[in-house]
Design a protein around this ligand. Structure first.
Ligand code: URA
Length: 190
C-alpha cells in the first residue's frame, strides 16, 4: 500500500473515533501533480459527494482555474480538515457549515503536512487563511500575501483567496483572476 493510502487509512480510523464517525472527504488528483491546492474543509455538498470542492465554492474554483488555462485534472486537491464542520441551525434545526474549530484543526493539520510530504508538489496553493496558516504554521494574512510566492520550510507556497470569498465579495473577482494568471506564469516558467 502506498504511503498516501496508509496515511488516509490511519486518519480515517482515528477520526472516526475522535469525531464519532463523521464522513472523511478524501483528496482528489494525482500524486504526481506539480501543484497541490489546499482548501479549508468540506461543506455539505462535498460531504454528500465524498469529493472536495464540488459545491458553489468548487464551481468558482474550477471557473477561475479554467480562465487561467489550468485544469482540475492536473492538480492535487485537498482540505486541511477532512470532515465537514457543522452545527445545527437555530432556525431549521438542519446541519449548516461552520469554520473548523481548534480540535479539528489540531487533529487534521499534522496529517495535512504528512500528506504534503508524500505528494511533494512543487507548489502548494493555499486557498484562504485557514490553509495558509495550517501549511506555514504562521499567523499570516491572506490579504497581505495573496498572489505572491513565499518560501516556508523549503516549500513554495502561493496563497490565494478562498474561492467562497468571491461569493460574498464580487470585487475580489479581478484580484482572483490576476492571481491565477500569476500562478499560471509561474508554472510555465518553472
Ligand atoms: N470549501 C473548502 O474549503 N473545501 C471544499 O472542499 C469545499 C468548500
Amino acid at each position: 500500500m502506498d504511503s498516501l493510502k496508509r496515511l488516509f487509512q490511519e486518519m480515517s480510523e482515528k477520526a472516526a473515533f475522535v469525531f464519532s464517525n463523521r464522513r472523511i472527504v478524501p483528496s482528489e488528483g494525482s500524486m504526481n501533480s506539480r501543484v497541490a491546492l489546499i482548501g479549508e474543509a468540506p461543506g455539505g455538498e462535498e460531504e454528500k459527494a465524498g469529493r472536495p470542492f464540488v459545491g458553489k465554492a468548487g464551481a468558482n474554483l474550477t471557473a477561475f482555474l479554467q480562465s487561467a488555462g489550468l485544469s482540475r485534472d492536473n492538480l492535487y486537491i485537498t482540505n486541511v480538515v477532512k470532515i465537514r464542520p457543522s452545527r445545527l441551525s437555530d432556525k431549521t434545526g438542519a446541519p449548516v457549515n461552520r469554520p473548523p474549530n481548534k480540535a479539528e484543526l489540531s487533529f487534521f493539520t499534522p496529517y495535512l503536512l504528512k500528506e504534503l510530504e508524500a505528494v511533494a508538489p512543487e507548489y502548494v496553493v493555499t486557498l484562504g487563511n485557514c490553509a495558509l496558516r495550517a501549511v506555514t504554521g504562521q499567523p499570516l494574512n491572506i490579504g497581505q500575501t495573496r498572489g505572491t510566492l513565499i518560501s516556508v520550510a523549503g516549500r513554495n507556497v502561493f496563497p490565494l483567496y478562498h474561492p467562497a470569498a468571491i461569493i460574498y465579495n464580487r470585487e475580489l473577482t479581478d484580484v482572483y483572476e490576476k492571481d491565477m494568471k500569476t500562478l499560471k506564469t509561474l508554472l510555465s516558467n518553472a
